[in-house]
Design a protein around this ligand. Structure first.
Ligand code: MTE
Ligand code: HPA
Ligand code: MOS
Length: 813
């Protein structure tokens, strides 16, 4: 343990669990040695970073186009693929009956046929695939074939309404309930009952690199799959099962993704399975790259949710208990929806104690693509219900929403969630919010805005501070494990490989830093290689923000083991004569160091490695990690599903033109908790990017389907992600300092990938605040999301008409 760590540990006595090291490294980015830039940064900006489409393929490689269902629900009554086989340039055509092995590629539960057999469940479901000499030839064959009517479909009425589906009991998985105490009694005895409904929209991942893979047949029965993919091991399994071959015959490699955001956790696999099928049938390398519009139609999105709450509060607005119901629109199949709706339920409290509460989560089945993981994994949709409630309670009792939020925070005596987990670090949340309150000048700006709004009839300004508490760990316990493989070569250079994948989030950079730190080397001396299932097997998806937590610990484990072996060797062979203390050895600044002061001995790393090799000491090691302590009993809805929580808060200010609904985000201040940061520069990037993506979800990104269930927002022209011009002109982002993780995570850091996404809720709440000024802050209007200018305008008009007529009735001027 470093001296610094020891001091930190002393200061935080009683709040720190476990013996692993601390690192007080959270300082201004750019100035700190840990603020390494992204391991591929130069390659990213010079175009030398290879994505799937950049990989060279043999001249005879095949290109695939998919034939997609034009209807949302129906039966495929005839499919004449023979006609397609003879079309120009076509080399192979595959459908359901051409699959030698498994035809269901559902990742967790069955329900996802690789091709339609007879039942059609959404517009965009894959009917068959065509492989041709060029992508154009493949697409033309698909279009001509469909125009010639080779597929006959008996269309049936589609269900596109998840609420109706839930009422009819049409679920992809059974309903789950979490309950603490007597929620009915809490409601009955409360001073005030607040209730409302909301619709929270979905979100398209819009990764810059779409779904893509390149599959090479091997000399035996297998394949090598290059894929843009968050879950190589699952793709390996599914490809093997589809081909009917052992897992060891399939190798999956991922160098990097041009963004994943959850959209490549399960939904990168189908294309790999299809390409592998064709590669094996033809013996030729096969490429799939979905055109953007196909990608948007075929793949699932963030789940839209319908939420309801009924909460009893006391005169101070403190929640006593009540009930929350969330309905996730899962689309046609389970995919990851069980875990996603669970996570929505786990986060329906956000940072507030629900008291005695019951939380119910339904998984509705509709005829759309199967909705899937997306940054936050249901957490954001669950939090929206309680953030809506906070604003509603504040209006009812006539207090500032921030005051009500703070009164409801977890605190001593109200420290246990509705699913039975104790919330640690409650002091951190309070301090973080107080710091942000001060640095953002919340109360001064509140006064200024109130004055401004009183004078300004059309333009209304709004302000909101919203917190985030996000649970870190996969809620499926077995996924909380990771492996790493460490090689040291005889020139002293180091190679690390681990189970995580790089999607732009900087995971590989952080892992190199961990290895460099453990081995006392410069980060440049550690090279990371592409994620491969034949290097580290049976890995979990890179998801749940836990990439660095899990793989960082696995990489460290490998380093610690190798280090111990090198120390043993040095003790026996190199320092024996001097009788140096084995316990005193360390790796520092490119040297093995033993002893202190006068008796200090130093051997350069390169010499140590050479000597070890000559003496036949292995220079390779594997590492493993499994998160301790976590458990959750789904039968009773209680447990400790999360190793720890990450916290954050954001203040947003908006101005709204209440005659058009147009608005501008004027200023955003963020303070976010990453424990002791592994890399402040990368973490700040994650916080900024997460916030903007969350803001886009709640404001401009609107998914639209027509009445027949066809996605009509299927490209950048109709689906609006935030652009440079949507950045708030004032955007102050800081990391919380001096609060290492209370749990023994890697160097006491915290996961950063998903939590900041939910900071975007501040913008939505600020919009409601601006609108509430039209009702003299006596109520906050319902504002479903995305809160597009249209929705903002409708809410403004509705409020204005009610409040203006109420004033007329009272005879006000
Ligand atoms: N950042 C970038 N640049 N690109 C991404 O695709 N995905 C997010 C987040 N940050 C993503 C990202 C999601 S959904 C998760 S779960 C985490 O990164 C995964 O990486 P980590 O566990 O290594 O943080
Ligand atoms: N988060 C993200 N991805 C997941 C999870 C989770 O909790 N469980 C399974 N996949
Ligand atoms: Mo992230 S949604 O857990 O891939």
């Amino acid at each position: 343990m470093s001296a610094d760590s020891a001091v930190a540990r002393e200061e935080l006595k009683g709040e720190i669990k476990g013996a692993s090291p601390l690192a007080r490294d959270t300082v201004t980015p750019g100035t700190h040695p840990n603020s390494r830039f992204h391991e591929s940064a130069i390659k990213h900006v010079t175009g030398r970073a290879s994505y799937i489409d950049d990989l060279k393929a043999p001249a005879d490689a095949l290109h695939v186009a998919l034939a997609l269902s034009p209807v949302a629900h129906g039966r495929l009554t005839r499919l004449d693929l023979d006609k397609v086989r003879t079309m120009p340039g076509v080399v192979d055509v595959v459908g359901f009956h051409d699959v030698p092995g498994h035809t269901d590629i559902g990742p967790v539960f069955p329900g996802d046929p690789i091709f339609v057999e007879d039942e059609i469940s959404y517009v965009g479901q894959v009917l068959f695939a065509v492989a041709a000499e060029s992508h154009r030839a493949a697409r033309e064959a698909v279009n001509t074939a469909l125009a010639q009517g080779i597929a006959e479909i008996d269309e049936q009425p589609a269900c596109l309404d998840p609420v109706a589906a839930a009422e009819r009991g049409e679920f992809v998985r059974p309903t789950h309930v979490q309950q603490s105490g007597d929620w009915e009694q809490a409601l009955a005895s409360a001073a005030l009952v607040v209730e409302a409904e909301q619709f929270v929209g979905g979100q398209e991942h819009f990764y810059l690199e779409g779904q893509a893979c390149l599959v090479q047949p091997t000399e035996d029965e297998g394949v090598i799959v290059h894929t843009s993919n968050q879950h190589p091991s699952e793709t390996q399994k599914l490809v093997a099962e589809v081909l009917g071959i052992p897992f060891h015959a399939v190798t999956v490699e991922v160098r990097r993704m041009g963004g994943g955001f959850g959209g490549k956790e399960t939904q990168a696999s189908p294309w790999a399975c299809i390409a592998a099928l064709i590669a094996r049938r033809t013996g030729r390398t096969t490429r799939v790259r979905l055109p953007r519009a196909d990608d948007m139609r075929v793949t699932g999105k963030r789940h839209p949710f319908h939420n309801r709450y009924r909460l009893g509060v006391d005169e101070q607005g403190v929640i006593q208990g009540g009930e929350i119901t969330v309905i996730g629109d899962c689309g046609y199949s389970p995919d990851l929806s069980d875990a996603i709706v669970d996570r929505a339920m786990f986060h329906s409290d956000n940072a507030y104690s629900l008291g005695e509460a019951r939380v119910t989560g339904h998984r509705a089945r509709t005829h759309t693509a199967s909705n899937t993981a997306f940054r936050g994994f249901g957490g954001p949709q669950g939090m929206m219900v309680i953030e809506a409630a906070m604003d509603d309670i504040a209006r009812r009792i006539g207090e500032d929403p921030l005051t009500v939020r703070k009164r409801n925070f977890y605190r001593p005596g109200r420290q246990t969630t509705h699913y039975g987990q104790q919330v640690d670090q409650i002091k951190l949340l309070r301090e973080l919010v107080e710091q942000l309150e001060t640095s953002s000048e919340y109360w001064a700006r509140r006064r200024a805005i109130t004055e401004f709004n009183a004078e300004s009839p059309i333009i209304k300004r709004g302000l909101a501070l919203t917190p985030v508490k996000f649970g870190i760990s996969f809620t499926a316990k077995h996924l909380n494990q990771a492996g790493a493989l460490l090689h040291v070569y005889t020139d002293g250079s180091v190679m690390i490989n681990h189970g995580g994948t790089e999607m732009g989030q900087g995971l590989h950079t952080k892992i190199c830093q961990v290895v460099a730190r453990e081995l006392g080397l410069d980060t440049d001396e550690v090279r990371i290689t592409a994620t491969r299932t034949d290097k580290v097997p049976n890995t979990s998806p890179t998801a749940a923000s836990s990439g660095a937590d899990l793989n960082g610990q696995a990489a460290r484990d490998a380093c610690v083991k190798l280090k111990q072996r090198l120390f043993d060797f040095a003790h026996e062979h190199l320092y024996q004569d001097q009788g140096l203390d084995r316990e005193d050895m360390r790796l520092e600044a490119g040297h093995l160091v033993a002893g202190h002061g006068e008796s200090e001995q130093r051997i350069p790393w390169g010499e140590l490695v050479q000597a070890a090799y000559i003496n036949r000491i292995s220079l390779s090691e594997k590492g493993f990690y499994a998160t301790p302590l976590i458990h959750y009993d789904r039968n009773v809805g209680q447990g400790r599903p999360f190793y720890y929580y990450a916290f954050g808060a954001a203040v947003a200010e908006v101005s709204v033109d209440t005659l058009t609904g147009e608005y501008q985000v004027e200023r955003v201040d963020i303070l976010h908790d990453v424990g002791d940061s592994l890399n402040p520069a990368i973490d700040i990037g994650q916080v900024e990017g997460g916030f903007i993506q969350g803001m886009g979800w709640l404001t401009s990104e609107e998914l639209k389907w027509n009445e027949a269930g066809r996605l009509i927002s299927d490209g950048p022209a109709t689906y609006k992600i935030p652009t440079y011009g949507d950045l708030p002109p004032a955007f102050n982002v800081k990391l919380m300092e001096g609060h290492p993780n209370s749990m023994a995570s890697i160097y006491r850091s915290k996961a950063v990938g998903e939590p900041p996404f939910m900071l975007g809720m501040a913008v939505w709440s600020a919009l409601r605040d601006a609108l509430a000024s039209l009702a003299d802050y006596a109520e906050a209007p319902r504002l479903d999301t995305p809160a597009t200018p249209e929705r903002v305008l409708l809410a403004a008009e509705e409020l204005r008409s009610r409040y203006d007529s109420a004033q007329l009735e009272r005879g006000a001027p």
